[in-house]
Ligand binder design. Structure first.
Ligand code: MEV
Length: 310
């Protein structure tokens, strides 16, 4: 028997509904081909990439150990996903850690444990990132259940139903500004706006409606419709103060060659996601504005356990 266990999980882009999903609104995310891979070896203490780490420094592996009911492990992570860039890096690492630590767990158990890891590490979270990273393809989180339900969870204030969405893979371009931002403080910023301003509450409601409409347009493969809704979603995210000058500059640069574009994830930096059938043109436009383009397709494979070599 091999002494190590290995698993990988994909990053994601959010097509509709980030931030609003935390308040129970609908959101749609899709898995991308960038992955995080984790190798774990049983041990009495916790090491991460060869080092002992403090919980404050990186709480994710600590919470993963607790969820897996283990005392320790040597964990090694190789990730293609830039952290804090809205591409679900922490969710992918959490899912891959748990899938590697607990080979006996099914997807639903991994998804719910990874959600708790994110919640405890981030302070406030929805199950969107961890679900799409676990199941892959395209996933919808909403208040209502559906025939395609994968799992559901009751949070402190809302109940989330997580379903798969049958969508044809689409061509997208990700544009990275080169600067990331931690998710927790941005989620907290939106929470404060939501509690203080009716305009923010209305914007969040409207993002939910856009996501509902977006889900239908995606199923009809109506890319012009999807793009228009992505643009509307972006304007509301900017209103909530989570867009940046750099993100707006990239969005403006790709407008002529795309159906639509918006930031993905918590914002404050990170990436835009562009729906297009002119990937090379979009990639050039992103490069000319100093961004880093990544051409890919949606609907990538979810978590996978790798057989040890030899
Ligand atoms: C982060 O990728 C998405 C947010 O909606 C937070 C969450 O859903 O946990 C900003």
């Amino acid at each position: 028997m091999s002494s190590y266990s290995e698993a990988s999980a994909p990053g994601k882009v959010i097509l509709f509904g980030e931030h609003a999903v935390v308040f129970g609104m609908t959101a749609v995310a899709t898995a991308i081909t960038m992955r995080a891979k984790v190798r774990t070896v049983p041990a009495g203490t916790l090491t991460f990439n060869g080092k002992r780490i403090e919980k404050e420094e990186n709480p994710y592996p600590y919470h993963a150990m607790e969820e897996a009911e283990l005392d320790g492990a040597d964990m090694n992570v190789i990730s293609e996903i830039p952290p804090g860039a809205g591409l679900g890096s922490s969710a992918a690492v959490s899912v891959a850690m748990l899938a590697s630590l607990r080979r006996d767990w099914d997807m639903k158990t991994v998804a719910s444990a990874a959600y708790r890891v994110e919640l405890l590490s981030q302070g406030r979270a929805s199950p969107l990132d961890t679900s799409v990273s676990t199941y892959g393809n395209t996933v919808v989180v909403s208040r209502e259940n559906s025939a395609e339900e994968l799992w559901s969870i009751r949070g402190r204030e809302v109940e989330w139903h997580i379903s798969s969405l049958a969508v044809r893979p689409m061509e997208i371009v990700i544009g990275y500004t080169g600067h990331g931002a931690p998710t927790g403080p941005l989620v907290e910023h939106v929470r404060q706006l939501h509690s203080r301003f009716s305009l923010a509450r209305e914007a969040i409601e409207e993002i939910g409606q856009i996501a509902e409409e977006g889900r239908r347009k995606l199923m009809e493969s109506d890319y012009e419709g999807v793009g228009r809704l992505m643009n509307r979603n972006q304007r509301l995210l900017a209103l909530l103060g989570v867009s940046t000058k750099e993100l707006e500059s990239l969005i403006e640069a790709v407008a002529a060659y795309s159906y639509g574009a918006k930031l993905t994830g918590a914002g404050g930096g990170g990436c835009i996601v562009v729906l297009t059938d002119r990937s090379e043109k979009v990639a050039d436009a992103i490069r000319r504005r100093g961004g880093l383009p990544y051409i890919c397709r949606t609907g990538a494979e979810g978590m996978r356990r790798h057989e040890p070599e030899g």
